[in-house]
Design a protein around this ligand. Structure first.
Ligand SMILES: Cc1cc2nc3c(=O)[nH]c(=O)nc-3n(C[C@H](O)[C@H](O)[C@H](O)COP(=O)(O)OP(=O)(O)OC[C@H]3O[C@@H](n4cnc5c(N)ncnc54)[C@H](O)[C@@H]3O)c2cc1C
Length: 404
């Protein structure tokens, strides 16, 4: 009998969890499983801000998919899916077509610029490994160039960094960026013969919400705001960005912030991939509980209705894997109900805040807990050890400022 072919599009948190849940029937020879991802690695996004600010090396947060699924019979393909034909049950990518019995769409979200003029052209997002490396390079470049400028105003403009977005990504990045930038300023330039003087660096966080971390409980929000201010981050809250230009950000209250590097963390949107045709889109969009009439499941950040979080994607992945097996047996599917396991936000070295259940916590112990939890999310011991090593070195040595 022909084995049902399941194709997972997207090797992020959701896609990986579905694949893991199907390993046993794969091993037993009951199904054929293919995983397609646009890169050949799984990216651990929650630590991306540390790559952008010299705390972790790029390879620490990327796990090759072939390594994650070594000794399994999964067919792994690196490629960009360009079309899913739900009527013919065919997926197109690169120059090949694959037929499937069940497709799992887990292609993640895209950056939301809210149609802000100039935002797409003049800001950097923080979504991919390339984004993180790019941000780090631009910060280091700004210092190298500023160190040669004799004009104070020009130096200040070059060393003004702006982050747009007061959610978890913006807050975590602002804390790390402030530590990174102020330590570079002090350690390498103030003390040397460069033109740079004290207090020429500014890190500004702009958010439309009147408070940071709108989705977190009040104690976490307050701790985060105080911590960022303590680190020297200027907070411009309750005001929207009207326009972004190459060298600055214009706020809707008429204020302008000069900026040599503007990072856009203001939002992501759950968008169904463009490669799904309109009629399929309409049907998939309404499948909030990942039902399988179309032979296609959609989950993670690509689906709507739930917070765009890794823990949601992983929880959905577990249910979708089980539902695929139930569907193949012709049995009723499980509903997906999301229960938050709590949330943390890192606030620079040695400090984090967050909640588990009704318990609010912050400080060094929370930071340690946050790091320990994340470490266990990695698939391989090799990556865990590499990260522990990076973090340990960070305790004794400054962050890496090599410009690649
Ligand atoms: C900087 C940052 C920090 C974050 N921090 C946290 C955090 O601390 N806690 C938390 O819970 N969540 C966090 N998130 C959110 C979390 O990363 C997402 O919710 C999670 O990644 C969603 O998982 P997913 O599998 O749906 O999508 P993703 O993990 O984005 O995976 C989608 C995959 O699909 C691939 N893909 C896309 N299109 C195609 C295509 N056409 N063909 C083939 N492959 C394709 C992509 O390459 C990617 O590998 C953070 C996100 C970012 C960007």
């Amino acid at each position: 009998m022909k084995k049902p072919h399941i194709i997972i599009v997207g090797g992020g948190f959701a896609g990986l969890e579905v694949a893991r849940g199907l390993l046993r029937p794969l091993k037993q020879g009951k199904i054929k499983l293919t995983l397609i991802n646009s890169t050949n690695y799984f990216l651990f996004t929650p630590l991306l801000h540390e790559v952008a600010t010299g705390g972790l090396s790029a390879s620490s947060v990327a796990e090759p998919l072939r390594e994650v699924f070594v000794n399994t019979k999964i067919n792994i393909i690196q490629g960009l899916v360009t079309q899913v034909d739900a009527d013919q049950k065919i997926i197109s990518l690169n120059d090949q077509q694959l037929s499937y019995d069940i497709a799992v769409i887990a292609t993640g979200a895209t950056t939301n610029y809210y149609d802000t003029p100039g935002a797409k052209e003049y800001t950097l997002p923080l979504k991919t490994l390339a984004d993180a490396i790019n941000i780090r390079s631009r910060i280091i470049d700004a210092f190298e160039t500023a160190s040669l400028l004799t004009d104070t105003a020009q130096r200040r403009e070059l060393l003004s960094f702006v982050i747009v977005g007061g959610g978890a990504t913006g807050v975590e990045l602002a804390a790390e960026l402030a530590e990174f930038a102020f330590s570079i300023e002090h350690r390498y330039f103030e003390m040397s013969s460069s033109c740079l003087r004290k207090n020429e660096v500014t890190v500004t966080l702009v958010s439309t919400s009147a408070e940071l971390l709108a989705q977190f409980p009040a104690p976490t929000r307050q701790v985060a705001a105080a911590r960022l201010q303590g680190l020297g981050v200027i907070l411009r809250l309750g005001v929207a960005v009207g326009e972004v230009e190459q060298d600055g950000v214009n706020l809707n209250d008429g204020w302008r912030i000069p900026s040599s590097l503007t990072i856009w963390t203001a939002g992501v949107k759950a968008t169904l991939p463009q490669f799904i045709d309109e009629s399929t889109k309409a049907k998939l969009w309404s499948q909030t509980n990942n039902r399988a009439e179309l032979g296609a499941f959609i989950l993670g950040d690509a689906a709507t209705g739930l917070p765009l979080l890794a823990q949601v994607a992983v929880a959905q992945g577990k249910v979708v894997a089980r539902n695929i097996l139930l569907h193949l047996k012709g049995r009723p599917l499980l509903n997906f109900v999301y229960h938050s396991k709590g949330s943390f936000v890192s606030l620079g070295q040695w400090f984090a805040a967050g909640t588990i259940g009704k318990i609010n916590m912050s400080g060094r112990l929370t930071w340690w807990l946050w790091r320990t939890i994340y470490l266990f999310k990695f698939a391989s011991n090799k990556k865990r050890l590499r990260i522990i090593l990076d973090w340990t070195l960070n305790l004794f040595y400054p962050r890496d400022v090599t410009r690649f």
